[in-house]
Design a binder for this molecule. Structure first.
Ligand code: PEP
Ligand code: MN
Length: 287
């Protein structure tokens, strides 16, 4: 048996795998998909306001953490199951699929009651027992790149999921640690372009964690779209100054709307409509 990746690699001429995320949303085809929402689910009003704002601006998937991997044990750890219920209810009302991070295999039974997509966080990319358990859970997975992990290690982590029986995997570049700590992380966009060549899995970019700074989120989102990413995962909060987690990198609803508007010409330039708009165009053309 070879120790190199195999199932995740793109064969000559192979198209990008289209991954269904729920409610008819698919990523990896021609449509560009945007996942957005708060870093952490904090309460009913925050979740509902954020969900309505990102839906209004054109996001396709609602994100939000209920189990938060925090560097300090004294930081807000997330609402747990009540947070997941808020996320599911908001997604259901707006017909948006929802994604949330699973930190531990023991959380899987409760997660499966609420989420369409399971997220594996950067800190758990090489938690191989979690990868194996998530592979058996029967839901699509967003696999974030570990901030200290190479591209090959990221590929092999995805290989665990495919090998374990879950073909629907989306890779998410969220920035890596480098010698330069001026910004929270270093966004490896060349790695995204490389990964698109090397693997048939869809690749998205998280411009929030990869910069840590609100003013840089939209420019890096546009750069990601230009570099060939299949989508984005963006943190949005109605009142970032009051956020319990990652406020400095959260976009306000107004800034998120601006991001979505700024994306349009970049996507047009690379010939990729926003997901859902390719259908609208086809219907319009048939009339
Ligand atoms: C998150 O998406 O909220 C998160 C914790 O991301 P990461 O695992 O990339 O740090
Ligand atoms: Mn966050």
């Amino acid at each position: 048996m070879s120790a190199t990746p195999n199932q995740v690699l793109r064969q000559a001429g192979q198209r990008t795998t289209e991954v269904p995320l729920g409610h008819g949303v698919r990523i990896g085809g021609s449509g560009f998909v945007v996942l957005a929402g708060p870093c952490a689910l904090e309460g009913q009003e925050q979740v509902e306001r954020t969900a309505a704002a990102v839906h209004h601006a054109g996001a396709h998937v609602l994100r939000g953490g209920a189990f938060k991997p925090r560097t300090s044990p004294y930081s807000f750890q997330g609402l747990g199951e009540p947070g997941l219920k808020l996320l599911k209810d908001a997604g259901h009302r707006l017909r948006l699929p929802v994604v949330s991070e699973v930190m531990d295999a023991q959380q899987l039974p409760v997660m499966l009651d609420y989420v369409d997509v399971l997220q594996i966080g950067a800190r758990n990319m090489q938690n191989f027992s979690l990868l194996r358990a998530v592979a058996k859970a029967g839901r699509p997975v967003v696999l974030k790149r570990g901030f200290g992990c190479t591209l090959e290690e990221w590929l092999l982590a995805a290989e665990y999921l495919l090998d374990g029986g879950q073909p629907n995997v989306v890779l998410c570049e969220r920035g890596i640690r480098s010698f330069d700590n001026t910004l929270r992380n270093t966004l490896d966009l060349a790695g995204v372009a490389w990964m698109k060549e090397r693997s048939h899995l869809p690749v998205i970019v998280d411009p929030s964690h990869s910069t840590g700074q609100r003013s840089l989120v939209t420019p890096m989102a546009l750069a990601a779209a230009a570099a060939g990413a299949d989508g984005l995962m963006v943190e949005v909060h109605p009142t970032p100054e009051a956020a319990l987690c990652d406020g400095p990198q959260a976009l306000t609803p107004t800034l998120f709307e601006g991001l979505m508007q700024a994306l349009a010409p970049v996507l047009a330039a690379v010939g990729r409509p926003l997901f859902g708009q390719e259908l609208r165009r086809a219907v319009g053309g048939a009339r």
